[in-house]
Design a protein around this ligand. Sequence first.
Ligand code: CAA
Length: 291
Amino acid sequence: MDVNQIKRILVVGAGNMGHQISLACALAGFKTNCCDSSKTQLKKAEAFVQSYLPGRVAKGKLTEEAAKAAAKNLRFYSNLEEAAAEADFVIEAVTEKLDLKREVFKQLDRLCPKHAILATNSSFFVSSLLARVTERPGQVCNMHFFNPALVMKCVEVVQGPHTSAETAAAAMALAKKLGKVPVLLHKEIYGFLVNRILARITEEALFLLDTGVASAEDIDSAVVNALGHPMGPFRLMDLTGIDLSYHISMERYRRTGDPKDKPSPTVVEKYVKGEWGRKTGRGFYRYDDDK
Ligand code: CAA
């Protein structure tokens, strides 16, 4: 499909990533449907949009017309059948559970127009795990955004063995239209590019914390002030979600069986306590009013 044929985008999932990906699409001029089965999640997403757009206008980053147009472009749905009916391109951003993603892809394959491309924003599941439940494997790929999706420029497009060159090209071109700087992976690999590199940094930071070498604050401070990263690994885990870090490590451990791939004791403790970072108000740091 040529990128110019993409008029309506469906984002499935209004959580941490989905609501910002939806808004990025709407801001870029696409009619965007954001669908989530949770009414609470949808309300949160709508509230974010209602405060974010006027905030951008007040900050002089967006004209009032552009904010109005974006708000008009974006619609929220709890019913996937209605949301999917006219989609040209789908970005799935539901919880990182393979069975759930497979079920969503099965439904998308049934509900979306035949020409629609189905992309997953998964942080680690390669799209060949999802393509096989559809009758359009050539139109399935990974399109991985980074948190916060409205800000981070990188998008990883992964061309699996089943993905047609046309689909990969359309995903790359769409990312560019969203104002992103996409990179293309020519083969599937666990963790793609960025999370493989980030995992090494995070793993080392957790080792230093778990062995009592330094506090989370000091490790973060060193990474910011010595390496020039915008935030340290602990603040970043709070942003992306400690639940996600837990699931990523568990998935790797399930694949390799290597005990060193298990989540670190600190991550397990925080996961079990429900201290998942900003989204729960507490992780390695405490948060009031999402700050
Ligand atoms: N949502 C939307 N916009 C946000 C935001 C959020 N949660 N947080 C910050 N911003 C925007 C601000 O509005 C501001 O925009 P303008 O400059 O255009 O006005 C800009 O980002 C800078 O914000 P701040 O000045 O408040 O704060 P900052 O300079 O410290 O930047 C940050 C915040 C952008 C998050 C920055 O700290 C950063 O880049 N951190 C690293 C993030 C990162 O590494 N992300 C990748 C995570 S890995 C991942 O996502 C993998 C995965 O699989 C999930």
